[in-house]
Design a protein. Structure first.
Lengths: 158, 158
DNA sequence: TATTGTTATACTCTATAACTATA
DNA sequence: TATAGTTATAGAGTATAACAATA
């Protein structure tokens, strides 16, 4: 048998082919997110915030009076899983649970001054980190991002 | 006090503002992924495949002879968490663990004919589902996707 | 000494069911 | 009867440490 293409690809250079997987938008989105997420996480950790805490705080800052249910819907998470996050933000004096006279079942969530300032600072940090990461992406990673950009844009051309 | 903007935004229409959060690439990527993932998951479930099983199978099909460590690196997961996935693919006769004479520590993973066919069919299914979803995105979701496209493209303009 | 595959385990995230108090 | 917040719990997914076999 000759050295022609018999399906056993040459991987002696250590490169892994993911042609089929890489053609899927979901895979590319996940990969792109996985590049960014740890850095965003690290940036938020400087303010002792998790990604979910920051997301909640940010939505509360921009939507004063929002209820926990509404917040859960906005972030596409279960309201049961939101409770301890809100607890923590409240304990850190970043937000308040305000009683609503017209509906005593719900809380009106509002950010404190401290919460608003922390949100702004944290958002600034994450923005900076994201910009740095995208700038430092290597050839493969850039290709990945461009790939998902193109695919989604093609499908959106309507 | 008048009815002017005092920071308490009007949310009577039920719309939630996420201006700051929405300006972050990571958030947009995650949101976009969360739109696609459940549908891809459902499509793969028709072949009793999880996303991780399909990803592994797909990489093995395209890289015959790959080792578990290499596969773990390619998919950015721990090799310890890969073991049961590979076990399952092997039990379903979709791949083989082949002994490598020159290095008896590693296995050379190869897909069976059945595995290659299943991968092709599953990939086709996911592609179709992804296309449908992107087509059916509502105004908000499209705006989200365009947002991340623009942001990343701006940063990549080099 | 370092690496591959493996096991066990812990930790986080997410999902579900059920409860209470209100509407 | 339905909804908001809450609790408890189960299930994924992911991360870490340690081990045997081999390099």
């Amino acid at each position: 048998m000759s050295n022609q293409d018999d399906g056993a690809e040459d991987r002696s250079n250590g490169e892994i082919k993911d042609t089929v997987l890489g053609s899927l938008i979901g895979y590319q989105l996940k990969r792109a997110y996985m590049q960014i997420q740890p850095h965003a996480q690290a940036a938020l950790a400087e303010d002792s915030l998790r990604v979910v805490s920051f997301s909640c705080l940010s939505i509360i800052v921009d939507n004063p009076g929002i209820a926990q249910s509404e917040l859960a819907t906005a972030l596409q998470m279960e309201r049961s899983n939101l409770v301890i996050v809100i607890d923590e933000l409240e304990e850190r004096d970043l937000i308040n649970r305000n009683k609503v006279p017209t509906d005593r079942r719900r809380y009106a969530l509002t950010a404190t001054l401290r919460g608003r300032h922390l949100r702004d600072r944290a958002a600034e940090r994450v923005s900076r980190v994201e910009a740095e990461i995208v700038d430092r992406l290597n050839e493969d990673d850039r290709a990945r991002l461009m790939s998902v950009l193109e695919k989604v844009r093609d499908r959106l051309a309507s």
